[in-house]
Design a protein around this ligand. Structure first.
Ligand SMILES: CC(C)(COP(=O)(O)OP(=O)(O)OC[C@H]1O[C@@H](n2cnc3c(N)ncnc32)[C@H](O)[C@@H]1OP(=O)(O)O)[C@@H](O)C(=O)NCCC(=O)NCCS
Length: 149
């Protein structure tokens, strides 16, 4: 398995994986499909130097993905911080270290980009996902509020 930055031809596979996050997507009325809006969003993402969608690839198949955003910052000596979102692993390949490999790669990229912290705030998760967050080194230190628009 390799972890790499996604390219445009991965988009269909990424969108298929993201359907597993549909609980939160449907809560906000959103859908995950290859629409012209998704293609436009991809174009913005691939032209943004502070953004990386990572994929885990095994034998030519995309089996996991996450989204990493580096945010410029004015506090902490102007060190950036990073946000991880949209973490999902193909249901058939879970509990084999794919999620951990994606998170480790993202955290390493954030460190290389000079970030002082990485935030990962899944909106809805079950006990397994929360065990995963802790297992890959994140602490549940934040209580947050969301407002869907
Ligand atoms: C959460 C998710 C990304 C984990 O991916 P994964 O590839 O299965 O995770 P890993 O195999 O790398 O697991 C790393 C560690 O996290 C913990 N973990 C992962 N899934 C777990 C589960 N269902 N129950 C308990 N612990 C779990 C374990 O400690 C595991 O190490 P171990 O297998 O050696 O015990 C995956 O289950 C998923 O895609 N879920 C649906 C989407 C989702 O909930 N995303 C939000 C993530 S918080």
């Amino acid at each position: 398995m390799i972890i790499r930055a996604a390219i445009r031809s991965d988009l269909g596979a990424i969108l298929r994986l993201l359907r597993d996050l549909n609980a939160s997507a449907s809560a906000s009325g959103a859908t995950v499909r290859m629409s012209s809006a998704a293609v436009r969003a991809w174009t913005r993402i691939e032209n943004d130097p502070d953004r990386a969608v990572l994929v885990a690839e095994s034998r030519g198949q995309i089996i996991g993905t996450l989204d990493l955003l580096v945010v410029a910052n004015l506090t902490h000596d102007a060190q950036s911080w990073a946000l991880i979102d949209n973490v999902v692993v193909d249901a058939a390949t879970r509990r084999r270290g794919v999620g951990r490999a994606l998170m480790d790669d993202a955290v390493e990229r954030a460190a290389r980009a000079g970030c002082y912290k990485v935030e990962f705030l899944p909106h809805e998760y079950d006990d397994g996902a929360s065990a995963f967050c802790r297992s890959v080194g994140f602490h549940d230190s934040a209580e947050g509020f969301h407002r869907y628009l």
